[in-house]
Design a binder for this molecule. Sequence first.
Ligand SMILES: NC(=O)c1ccc[n+]([C@@H]2O[C@H](COP(=O)([O-])OP(=O)(O)OC[C@H]3O[C@@H](n4cnc5c(N)ncnc54)[C@H](O)[C@@H]3O)[C@@H](O)[C@H]2O)c1
Ligand SMILES: N[C@H](CO)Cc1c[nH]c[nH+]1
Ligand SMILES: [Zn+2]
Length: 429
Amino acid sequence: MQLLRSTDPDFAARFARIVNDRRESDADVSRVVGDILARVRIEGDGALRDLTARFDKHDLDNSGWQISLKDCKAAYKALDKDLRKALDLAAERIRAYHEGQLPVDRDHVDEAGVRLGAKWRAVDAAGLYVPGGRAAYPSSLLMNAIPAKVAGVERLAVVTPTPLGEVNPLVLAAAHLAGVDEVWRVGGAQGVAALAYGTATIKPVDVITGPGNAFVAEAKRQLFGVVGIDMVAGPSEILVIADNRNDPDWIAADLLSQAEHDPSAQSILITDDAAFAAVVEDALDVTCADLSTNRVARESWDDFGVIIVVQDLAKEAPALANRLAAEHVEIATDDPEAIFAQIRHAGSVFLGRHTPEAVGDYVAGPNHVLPTGRRARFASGLSVLDFMKRTSFIQLDEAALARIGPAAVALAHVEGLPAHAKSVELRLK
Ligand SMILES: NC(=O)c1ccc[n+]([C@@H]2O[C@H](COP(=O)([O-])OP(=O)(O)OC[C@H]3O[C@@H](n4cnc5c(N)ncnc54)[C@H](O)[C@@H]3O)[C@@H](O)[C@H]2O)c1
Ligand SMILES: N[C@H](CO)Cc1c[nH]c[nH+]1
Ligand SMILES: [Zn+2]
């Protein structure tokens, strides 16, 4: 963990190093992923069989390539009552929030008499990546599949790794609840490649969405263009902005909640009290030791954890947060709005002392698939729009063409494109 004070003479340089440390664009990860994508494109199912045996330690021909919808339904029915209620609540709240994102078509006639508009249509097939290497992610299944359903996508194909061939019943139950069409037991970069290129067994899709580790995120990044993607959602990040009126145990737990996802996750605390920072650090050590995820969380905190002590939270924290453009930003102060108003770049913001980020991971409603690696500067969380595209349309009658056609003719001539000019001119006569 690194401790920085904004008054230190070398603060600007050290903070810049943290900002510029693009952990997900690691050259080794990029090369490994490039090789995996090439293998799947050339060898298809053979590469999936081989890479699944290597990384997930099971033989797809024995364990089965696909999980049946019947098994998904059975898993949902067999759920413990309270767990089923929790999953149902999460699904309802996610659906309600995403229904509000459905776009409206445009169709109007302007003052020149030209009919203009745009129609939104869903993609035909979506590939949903549900992580499963270190933990199982039924919540990510819901976060991917529900917006796709709301958008009206016809075919929803899930890929998810099943380490040692073991499936997580809650992931299957979530697949049933969300109404996905296919669940494939392949993960990692090879799972993403299978969805993009297609193989003899897995049909290709039009858009791939979902979160994953550095290999999954890099695979999506490299395949953008072959397929559409939502954005690059890699190892989790949290930035907590907290004054000293917080319970240090709460803040320590918040920092650990994202550290426990992945050794390359990143948790950062900005506070205006050095003594409070020290107490949080101690609390984090104590809490971390008791977690079943201790090893991963410890590694993440030791390697990527940061505490920044500033003089004035409201004045300094927003600028630092905007440079970090973190996936999650928690503002644990009495007046979070004062800081929130100045936050320009963040995947999702959690306001006040009673809004732990983890509530957004599961049940709040907005999507938890969010841009990482400072990509919140230009990208947003997964939404219904990621499963849709817009087709514009234009309609003119003779009078409307007479109004605006001559300008098109003039522009076509100066571009040196006479056939363009002619196709308009002929109609003007
Ligand atoms: N940004 C978001 O919105 C968001 C949301 C949820 C989870 N996450 C992140 O998703 C990730 C889940 O990671 P996970 O590992 O548990 O599951 P995962 O499914 O993302 O990755 C597991 C797969 O990674 C591949 N892999 C592992 N080591 C490899 C190597 N050395 N070379 C090539 N491939 C390798 C394997 O194929 C394995 O099956 C975490 O980083 C978590 O923080 C992000
Ligand atoms: N925090 C993750 C996004 O970075 C999402 C998640 C799913 N389950 C638990 N957490
Ligand atoms: Zn989480």
